[in-house]
Design a protein around this ligand. Structure first.
Ligand code: UDP
Length: 470
């Protein structure tokens, strides 16, 4: 087991945080870890998995946070096509013995174990060691509401039998989700992954607390409903401690992304539509063509991070260069207005650039928070996982996004124009984005809501540690 950093040996109370594979999980958890060290006087170790992680996954973690990677476990017995969620559950489950060994070897008094969303099967280890177990949710409060609704639906249902969630599903904060807006694994109770979700959900509800990558002002009604539920004992206490936004790093520069910033520097303030769909999703070839035509028809400037489209049913010799899949002549016609880059842009810097006005986004939660923190309203274009649910929340109760009714050029152009220049809906969304940008900045100021929420959780952990040491 590889360990780095010196904090591990310090006698300060120690928090161990467990990140499931994927930058989207690790980055916010690393942000949480350094705040626990810098603001609250803990030592912290951020633990991840060797399997399914890139070899340099832990390279960007702040130096004050110690790191450890759990050794590889065999996963090759899982049948081909096993859903990713199931693979993750198995990975965590099979890694528990090495995690237990690591927790027992932490020199200083262990103050808390904080597994992220997919690692809740580690929670019983917290109980075993007599320390609080808090789940870190790298998403919004609706995710917790969905888990809770799924578990409640099955109270009293014989073990091994599962029911479909109602359609639509009404959740706290006025969030109403149609079945098609749910993450796929929640859509059908017949799939084996649904049983895993139930297990996870039951564990979350038994956690000592939930730390969530959101902030009070983003989802106030849901926070209030959850507070009441926690007082009734129907939910663990929920601590909105975000937004934890990925800092811009030098690797962005290494990827040649400074071309984007140089181009933005040459554009007028508030003139550019930034288009990006995160790290995992793909448009179809047809959607790519409609989006290109919609951007062109909107008449606005754009910076488009083009990823390889889904090539099902298409044959083309250029399977490497995503720009080759843009419609014929598009780049030439839009050369004075737009920049298309392949694969990657330094997103946090792009969003906070004064030229950037609107973000066409897949609504991954990290992207959404980055947009909120930069005060940039969104055109919601969800692709998979929990993104459709996020889009509903961002457009509805949060009010910082608009969704095109169809992924068709005329509609795309209309929504882009509405957000860029509209005097009615567009203006309301722009104003809300500006208000929430300020609220996001305040959340981590000395008296801010998120800072206070983390202080509360930290105070509880310290009390437990003191009681144990005495
Ligand atoms: N990102 C980036 N440049 C890109 C695309 C994505 O820097 O061209 C970053 C983005 O800033 C965010 C993360 O990758 O921090 C994507 O996370 P998110 O949760 O939005 O979506 P996912 O990639 O998990 O679908």
């Amino acid at each position: 087991m590889e360990e780095t950093g010196t904090e591990r040996l310090a006698p300060r109370p120690h928090v161990v945080l467990l990140a499931s594979p994927g930058a989207g999980h690790l980055i916010p958890l690393a942000e949480l870890a350094w705040r626990l060290v810098d603001h609250h006087g803990f030592a912290a170790t951020l633990v991840t998995f060797t399997d399914l992680s890139s070899p340099d996954a832990l390279s960007g973690v702040p130096a004050t946070v110690a790191t450890a990677a759990l050794p590889s476990v065999p996963l090759d017995d899982l049948p081909a096509g096993t859903p990713m969620e199931t693979v993750l559950f198995e990975l965590v489950h099979r890694s528990l013995p090495s995690l237990r060994a690591l927790l027992r070897s932490v020199g200083a008094p262990l103050a808390a174990l904080v597994p992220d969303f997919f690692c809740s099967s580690a929670l019983p280890l917290a109980a075993e060691l007599g320390v609080p177990g808090y789940v870190f949710v790298p998403s919004n409060l609706t995710t917790i509401a969905l888990m809770r609704a799924t578990v409640e639906l099955h109270d009293g249902v014989p073990p091994g039998e599962y029911r479909d969630l109602p359609d639509p599903l009404e959740l706290p904060g006025g969030v109403s989700l149609r079945r098609t807006d749910l993450p796929r694994s929640f859509q059908s109770s017949g799939k084996p992954v649904y049983a895993h979700l139930m297990e996870e959900g039951r564990r979350y509800l038994r956690a000592d607390g939930l730390l969530v990558n959101t902030f009070y002002e983003l989802e106030p009604a849901t926070v209030e409903e959850f507070k009441q539920a926690a007082e009734r004992g129907a939910l663990p206490p929920v601590f909105p401690v975000g937004p934890f936004v990925r800092p811009s790093t030098t690797t962005d520069e290494a990827a040649g992304a400074s071309a984007c910033i140089e181009w933005l520097d040459r554009q007028p303030t508030g003139s550019v539509v930034y288009v990006s769909f995160g790290s995992g999703g793909a448009l179809t070839v047809e959607q790519t063509a409609e989006l290109a035509a919609g951007l062109e028809a909107s008449g606005h400037r754009f910076l488009w991070v083009v990823r390889m489209p889904n090539l099902d049913g298409h044959d083309h010799e250029d399977k490497q260069n995503p720009l080759a899949w843009l419609p014929e002549g598009f780049l030439g016609r839009t050369a004075d207005k737009g920049l298309a880059v392949a694969a990657w842009a330094p997103q946090v810097r792009v969003l906070s650039h004064p030229a950037t006005a609107v973000f066409v986004s897949h609504c991954g939660w990290n992207s959404a928070l980055e947009s909120v923190a930069a005060g940039v309203p969104m055109v919601a274009w969800p692709l998979y996982a929990e993104q459709r649910m996020n889009a509903v929340v961002l457009e509805g109760s949060v009010g910082v996004a608009l969704r095109p009714r169809a992924r068709e050029r005329g509609e795309i152009a209309a929504v882009v124009r509405e957000l860029m220049e509209g005097a009615d809906k567009g203006r309301a969304v722009r104003r809300q984005a500006g208000d929430l940008q300020q609220a996001a900045a305040r959340a981590w100021s000395p008296e801010g809501s998120s800072r206070r929420a983390l202080e509360q959780a930290a105070a509880t952990w310290k009390k437990v540690t003191l009681a144990k040491v005495k």
